[in-house]
Design a protein around this ligand. Structure first.
Ligand code: IPE
Ligand code: IPE
Ligand code: MG
Length: 232
């Protein structure tokens, strides 16, 4: 595929795990398990396509409203997956970073996160940004708080400087995908999505495979991005 029209930064709102399970008369937890299995394959495929940064919405700040059983199942799954996938990240030269608040994540979750970040810090083939206990509103609030704490003079503050205070200083998102037929952002990367192309599909995340991604990529490649300029 033409390298030039591969999005540099892809972001995915991985939605629909619960409904995937419900349709099969399975508990929601098995939907999350299927979603995480899918991400393993899909993530590698996306990097193989030439995407440099992949951001995924794993758990929102609002997802703590769910039952304690579901939250704790998800946290256990994160710990297990970060430990198990460490070798895959290393073998594929992928650097893992996290976006989100550390509070009130469990100690073992934080430990597993820190371990994977540390072990992949020097990797250069791609950046896998896992948004966990993430919300855009708190991201912007936390950035403002840090700027105030540093008592920065904000009179000349530019977007480029402001971005350094976000959870991760990453390039802007080029392509946003949301699965499961919902047409909303649910507090995801509102700042970084300023000029992203949006793609919504009814497909539930556990079924959103490599082929479905390739279809989405074709749509991205047919879009006319102008960034506020005039069509050539
Ligand atoms: C997305 O799937 C995963 C998380 C939010 C952790 P959901 O759990 O939201 O699945 P639905 O939307 O209920 O189908
Ligand atoms: C967004 O999905 C969060 C993740 C995919 C992790 P939700 O399922 O939580 O979003 P709403 O509640 O439908 O807006
Ligand atoms: Mg959902």
């Amino acid at each position: 595929m033409d390298r030039e029209i591969i999005p540099n930064h892809v972001a995915i709102i991985m939605d629909g795990n619960g409904r995937w399970a419900k349709r099969r008369n399975l508990p929601r937890s098995l939907g999350h398990k299927a979603g995480s299995e899918n991400l393993k394959k899909l993530g590698l495929h996306i990097f193989k396509c030439g995407v440099r940064v992949l951001s995924v919405y794993a758990f929102s700040t609002e997802n703590f409203k769910r039952s304690p059983e579901e939250v704790s199942y998800l946290m256990d799954l994160f710990v297990k997956n970060f430990k198990r996938e460490l070798k895959v990240f290393i073998d594929n030269n992928i650097r893992v970073v996290f976006s989100g608040r550390r509070e009130p994540l469990r100690h073992d979750v934080l430990e597993a996160m820190d371990e994977v970040v540390e072990a992949t810090r020097e990797n250069t083939a791609g950046i896998f940004n896992i948004c966990l206990n993430y919300g855009s509103q708190y991201e912007i609030i936390d950035a403002v708080r840090r700027i105030v704490e540093e008592k920065k003079d904000v009179s000349e503050l530019t977007p480029k400087e402001f971005e350094k205070y976000l959870y991760q200083d990453l390039p802007p998102v080029d392509f946003l995908i949301r699965t499961s037929g919902e047409y909303r952002l649910s507090n995801f990367m509102m700042y970084q999505l300023a000029y992203a192309e949006f793609y919504f599909t009814d497909c539930l995340f556990p079924d959103f495979d490599d082929k479905k991604f390739d279809e989405a990529l074709k749509i991205f490649q047919s879009r006319d991005r102008r960034f506020g300029g005039v069509k050539k």
